[in-house]
Design a binder for this molecule. Structure first.
Ligand code: 2HA
Ligand code: ZN
Length: 259
């Protein structure tokens, strides 16, 4: 296996995978992660694989992506065998494997489509994290939570700082085939504005400057969802913090325009 050395990124994969496993969010080989890199290396002609969509904002860049079938609990011990390095061609139409794990996650189209959008709209967000938290998947089975606004308004009103961390709320994509380009493109659209997108009945995808940063946002949303479920389990249907209070908090911290 050709080796590569991106020590900071490998440490980020390792620590994040460790916590994904501990939380029980990435069961078996569930979930995947990637980090976008500026890559000077040329892509070898033979390595060109046609991408299902053009990714012009990724032209000449590289992506570290977890491999298919890799487990968070193993990545958390030793990330290197589980992560592949891929390069995007200078015209943004092809990619090729460079080093490390050779069989990418089935969500490669989603990761590439989303990195393309992030590079355009929020270039500081270099990391993408996808995982399957129980409390968030369970929300999708409540008929009232079939859209982004209903979920954002209710769940982010469970704790006074949640909306402050996620003023725009969260994005939502209706059930789509795992690994499909459709899922990737719809998510990319939602992530122009949001840092989190809930995949109905499947899980969540978070972006951040690092994987740890993406995990932070996810942790905030997941905690709010757990508050909601704990109250529901006690037989209560919480009305949450009022919209006026939420707006007051956002205004006090200069984030109201992002609401
Ligand atoms: O198995 O989570 O969405 C990895 C996944 C695909
Ligand atoms: Zn998944």
């Amino acid at each position: 296996m050709t080796k590569f050395s991106y020590q900071n990124e490998l440490d980020d994969f390792k620590a994040t995978a460790h916590w994904l496993a501990l939380r029980g969010w990435s069961e078996a080989a569930g979930g995947n992660m990637s980090i976008r890199l500026d890559a000077p290396a040329k892509l070898h002609e033979n390595d060109h694989i046609k991408l299902p969509i053009d990714v012009p904002y990724l032209a000449g860049k590289a992506v570290l992506l977890t491999g298919s079938g890799t487990r968070a609990r193993e990545i958390g011990l030793d990330p290197l065998p589980h992560i592949g390095l891929y390069k995007i061609s200078d015209d943004g139409r092809y990619y090729g494997w460079i080093a490390g794990n050779k069989t990418p996650s089935m969500e490669l189209p989603a990761h590439f489509a989303i990195h393309n959008t992030l590079e355009q709209h929020r270039p500081g967000d270099k990391a993408i994290l996808h995982t399957h938290p129980v409390s968030l998947i369970a929300l999708c089975h409540m008929p009232l939570f079939n859209n982004a606004k209903a979920i954002s308004d209710k769940i982010l009103s469970m704790q006074s700082e949640a909306r402050l961390i996620l003023p725009e709320g969260i994005g939502f994509v209706k059930h789509a085939l795992p690994g499909s380009l459709e899922l990737g493109l719809k998510s990319a659209l939602e992530l122009e504005r949001h840092h989190l997108v809930l995949w109905q009945y499947h899980g969540i995808l978070a972006t951040g400057e690092t994987l740890a940063g993406a995990f932070d946002k996810l942790e905030v949303f997941e905690k709010s969802a757990r508050v909601y479920w704990q109250l529901r389990a006690a037989g209560l249907d919480p009305c949450g913090i009022s919209e006026a209070e939420i707006k007051h908090t956002l205004k006090a911290f200069g984030r109201l325009e992002r609401y």
